[in-house]
Design a protein around this ligand. Structure first.
Ligand SMILES: *[C@@H]1O[C@H](CO)[C@@H](O)[C@H](O)[C@H]1NC(C)=O
Ligand SMILES: *[C@@H]1O[C@H](CO)[C@@H](O)[C@H](O)[C@H]1NC(C)=O
Ligand SMILES: *[C@@H]1O[C@H](CO)[C@@H](O)[C@H](O)[C@H]1NC(C)=O
Ligand SMILES: *[C@@H]1O[C@H](CO)[C@@H](O)[C@H](O)[C@H]1NC(C)=O
Ligand SMILES: *[C@@H]1O[C@H](CO)[C@@H](O)[C@H](O)[C@H]1NC(C)=O
Ligand SMILES: *[C@@H]1O[C@H](CO)[C@@H](O)[C@H](O)[C@H]1NC(C)=O
Ligand SMILES: *[C@@H]1O[C@H](CO)[C@@H](O)[C@H](O)[C@H]1NC(C)=O
Ligand SMILES: *[C@@H]1O[C@H](CO)[C@@H](O)[C@H](O)[C@H]1NC(C)=O
Ligand SMILES: *[C@@H]1O[C@H](CO)[C@@H](O)[C@H](O)[C@H]1NC(C)=O
Ligand SMILES: *[C@@H]1O[C@H](CO)[C@@H](O)[C@H](O)[C@H]1NC(C)=O
Length: 821
């Protein structure tokens, strides 16, 4: 053999005049060091390369037209070619595609055929060895390295006993297989797992033709299609593009990141679509059995799947954020005929399929019956809505995640003792056995019902209001507040007039939304801020009532505290704690004052405002949308802690209503979300928008509105977006705090700010996500083009009955009126 090789070698080097850009290698052609094999339309190229500064040479495949060499496949990753000896890639007479140096064969395709074999590089990146009848004898797609190209498979070919999985490079210099793998465990219902050695790091959810629940962003779409095959000869999963092929690849990098890349153009290069695992919740089995992970909860990452029917196995440990014990059923299961039923949970990332049984031709009802018949069956589901798959779990459910609506979650039916199924259950008869299935009211359902009730209450109240005789109405209402609703001390007008030196202009602090604000001093030397509602404001009374009732119920360290109020004749006054450092706008936009706020303080202020808004939106008994979040409504206490003020415009909700439409648009241009400014549609996401603008103002020290820039940009948002895209975000840093800044926190704040001002409200995070994004190091989604709304629309001030606070609670769905008239 060696002699033959030597001979071959000398022959080859005698006439080194073969064509270089071939797409096939046959017995008359070969490839030497420096030559490449190119696919028919010139997408892929095969040749010898040296990764990085490494000494070793490898036969690899990369994109021909892409300037950044991106290796997608390596032939001899286990057999590096050291030194500088001449190399050749050649098809032998036996049909072997092999790499030879001047001594021996170093790597081969391990094929044999009697006839003339050829090797061809196809346009999809598949290097194939075919016989003279074009039968594929060998293909590189069967030996994936760290990159999955469209059309490649993961899974197992039982006929050839061949597994397809990705394995990472050891390092960027060393293509030999690292200990990270991405592939399917085909002993059970298949699902892709990212493993390090034998331990699972991340799980993408059971296979389905529609999506992978663990990677919802990569759902089947018009262009992206999935192909799942599960039969006796093959278990495989592949994805591909329909129509225009996109240059894209899915890789497993050596630091355990799964990444989906697409080539955009030569200027922008490879764009990262998604990268997994994304955050703490993607960590395999972080919440253990029957636990579910959510980044929406601020402190608690894990909770039990269903707080009513499951309890932590070890409550103490659980409270201390040790979730290793997981949850257990509150009522244990019994193994008796007719003692169990199922509860349906929706929007779930289905549990780990280890210890499962499946059948590819069973309806969901048959599946339920099958599960009920076996005491050890804990749950059932159909993981693939495109066919009738029955999947049964025979152990505790691990690595579940309840996903937000619309994120590709699936239904699972979990076995419960009969006593846990309540009156909401509906019975389905299955051949004698009685399976009870609860249609668990999912959160959107609750919202809908809540909205209907809230609307009805509103309507009923409005009717009552209108039925009342006019005239005395306003005064009467105000008096009612005093009697019924006020828990706050009432101040006499004389006291306040005295405290503010009869509202002396010298004591005026500023002009709020509905009137001037004065500084005052009570007799016990307590400083106060007094907001005097404008007598002439036509809506003043409504806003006044609203503010008094709402704010008196709210207590949070990032909300300004209402000390009391005063109503006398036409005078309506609100008395607040005094904030010695006044409002944020007076500091950040002022050259001399802005040095008072270094980066740490600014970041603290951003987080404080966000916490205050989380409280308003989610945690307070009332759900409140502020509607006028802006720098001048953020007050600073002695220690520069931010306090949100001016709830005169706040709408509160009956716990369930998260969006409403208003005839009267109130707010401040420059901070208003497009859907609010244009259509009067406000929601918690319109506050998120305002906060986004405010964050960018705090970072840049510049006002969004009235922003002047030599580049003729219309406002700060456009400026930030341009710099962000050019990778120059740090240029936004205001010189007043430049020395104290933490670049990573600044960049993070800018990115979160941009996410908050997305054009589409759905793309904006909610407030608790904003906190999580600011306070943790996880990966952030990529912001899309934000809204730079410029046209200034007329304020549509219409006399429209403004809703007062409606008390309600999310849990019990009861809504009580706070304004009983
Ligand atoms: C093979 O090539 C290397 C490098 O050129 C050389 O050092 C070595 O002597 C060669 N071996 C034989 C057997 O020709
Ligand atoms: C090549 O094929 C033979 C027999 O089919 C097998 O025993 C051997 O392990 C294979 N070698 C490689 C590197 O796959
Ligand atoms: C292989 O191809 C050569 C010419 O390309 C031909 O002469 C020869 O007969 C072929 N061998 C077989 C076994 O087909
Ligand atoms: C399994 O599915 C593959 C792909 O759809 C098909 O080619 C093959 O014939 C099937 N095998 C069996 C045994 O059904
Ligand atoms: C792997 O990907 C992550 C995230 O995309 C990146 O931070 C890291 O540097 C990559 N590691 C390597 C070795 O390329
Ligand atoms: C977590 O709690 C379990 C018991 O549920 C205990 O065995 C384990 O040591 C605890 N781990 C830590 C880090 O405290
Ligand atoms: C349960 O009841 C069904 C009929 O309702 C019966 O066929 C089955 O044998 C019973 N199983 C046990 C374990 O009692
Ligand atoms: C599925 O099962 C039904 C009856 O249970 C049978 O009629 C049908 O042929 C099966 N389909 C396949 C594809 O096996
Ligand atoms: C229940 O399922 C388990 C796990 O598949 C199996 O070992 C056991 O035999 C089944 N029991 C019955 C009664 O079918
Ligand atoms: C399970 O449910 C049955 C029927 O409602 C009830 O009689 C039984 O006490 C329950 N088991 C436990 C452990 O509570």
């Amino acid at each position: 053999m060696e002699g033959a090789t030597l001979l071959l070698f000398s022959l080859l080097f005698l006439h080194k005049s073969h064509a270089v850009e071939l797409d096939t290698i046959s017995d008359s052609s070969f490839l030497t060091d420096g030559d490449t094999l190119v696919s028919a339309t010139g997408i892929f190229e095969l040749g010898f390369f040296q990764p990085g500064s490494a000494e070793n040479r490898y036969l690899g495949m990369w994109y021909k037209q892409i300037s950044v060499r991106t290796v997608v496949w390596v032939a001899n990753r286990n057999d590096p070619l050291p030194g500088a000896s001449p190399l050749v890639l050649k098809i032998t007479d036996e049909g072997l595609l092999g790499i030879f140096d001047n001594i021996s064969m170093i790597w081969s395709s391990n094929t044999t055929t009697s006839g003339n074999a050829t090797a061809r590089l196809r346009d999809n990146g598949n290097l194939v060895v075919i016989d003279k009848n074009e039968n594929v004898l060998w293909q590189s797609f069967d030996y994936p390295t760290d990159t999955l190209l469209p059309g490649m498979k993961l899974g197992k070919d039982y006929l050839r006993n061949k597994e397809w999985r990705l394995s990472s490079w050891k390092s960027s210099q060393d293509p030999s297989p690292g200990d990270l793998t991405w592939g399917a465990d085909t002993r059970h219902y298949p699902e892709n797992k990212l493993k390090q050695g034998a331990s699972v790091i991340f799980r993408a959810g059971p296979w389905s033709n529609q999506q992978l629940t663990g990677i919802p962003v990569l759902s089947r779409s018009l262009t992206l299609i999935y192909e799942v095959t599960i039969n006796e000869s093959e278990v495989s999963f592949s994805s591909n593009f329909q129509g225009d092929p996109l240059i894209s690849r899915f890789t497993l990098n050596s630091s355990a990141r799964l990444e989906s890349w697409a080539w955009v153009d030569n200027n922008r290069g490879w764009q990262l679509f998604v990268s997994f695992p994304r955050g703490a919740c993607d960590t395999y089995n972080i919440c253990s059995a029957y636990g579910t992970c959510s980044i929406n909860t601020i402190q608690q990452l894990c909770s039990c799947l269903d707080e009513k029917r499951f309890v932590p196995r070890n409550q103490r440990a659980w409270d201390a954020a040790n979730w290793s014990g997981g949850c257990i059923r509150r009522t244990p299961l019994e193994c008796k005929n007719g003692s169990a039923g199922f509860i349906k949970y929706s929007n779930v990332k289905l549990p780990d399929t280890e210890n499962t049984w499946y059948n590819m031709n069973m309806t969901i009802e048959e599946c339920g019956t099958r599960c009920l018949q076996n005491c050890t069956c804990m749950a059932y589901a159909n993981p693939d809505s495109s066919r009738n798959v029955c999947l049964l779990w025979f152990s505790d459910l691990l690595d579940i995640q309840v996903l937000p609506e619309g994120n590709g979650g699936q239904d699972i039916f979990v076995r419960m003792n009969l006593s846990e199924l309540d009156s909401q259950s509906i019975s389905i008869d299955h051949g004698g056995s009685n399976i009870k299935v609860i249609l668990l009211v999912t959160i959107p359902g609750v919202l809908l019902i809540g909205l209907i009730i809230a609307t009805w209450l509103c309507y009923a109240r409005r009717k009552k209001k209108h039925a009342k005789p006019k005239g005395k109405g306003q005064i009467f209402n105000a008096t009612k507040i005093q009697e019924d609703d006020m828990e706050q001390p009432l101040f006499s007008f004389a006291t306040i007039a005295n405290a503010t030196a009869n509202f002396s202009p010298a004591n005026k602090l500023g002009e709020g939304g509905f009137g001037p604000v004065y500084k005052g001093m009570l007799e016990e030397r307590k400083e106060i801020a007094v907001k005097r509602l404008s007598k002439y404001s036509s809506q003043g009374l409504d806003e006044f009532k609203n503010e008094v009732i709402c704010i008196s119920k709210l207590q949070h360290r990032n909300l300004v505290k209402l000390l009391g109020c005063c109503i006398q004749g036409d005078e309506k006054l609100l008395i607040y704690e005094y904030m010695p450092n006044k409002s944020l706008d007076l500091i950040i936009f002022d050259k001399t004052q802005s040095v008072l706020l270094d980066w740490t303080k600014r970041f603290k202020i951003i987080k404080g405002i966000a916490r205050g808004l989380v409280y308003l939106h989610q945690d307070s008994r009332l759900r409140i949308i502020h509607r006028d979040v802006k720098a001048s409504n953020i007050l600073l206490d002695r220690d520069m802690n931010p306090k949100i003020s001016d709830f005169g415009l706040a709408r509160s909700f009956g716990g369930n209503e998260t969006q409403a439409n208003t005839e009267r648009v109130v707010g401040t241009y420059g901070y208003m979300a497009p859907e609010y400014a244009l259509d009067g549609l406000f929601s918690i996401k319109s506050d998120v928008f305002s906060l986004g603008v405010l964050m960018l103002e705090i970072v840049s020290g510049k006002r969004n509105r009235g922003f002047v820039d030599p580049q003729n940009e219309i406002n700060l948002i456009e400026h930030v977006w341009r710099l962000y895209n050019e990778g120059r975000s740090l240029e936004l840093i205001d010189t007043s705090y430049a020395e104290s800044c933490h670049p990573s926190e600044v960049i993070r704040s800018i990115k979160v700010g941009l996410l908050c001002i997305q054009q589409n409200a759905v793309d904006r995070p909610n407030m608790s996500n904003v906190i999580v994004m600011l306070c943790h190091d996880g990966e952030l989604p990529e912001p899309k083009l934000p809204s730079f709304l410029t046209t200034e629309h007329e304020l549509r001030v219409v006399n429209y009955p403004s809703s007062t606070c409606t008390l309600g609670s999310l849990n019990d769905l009861t809504i009580t009126e706070v304004d009983p008239r």
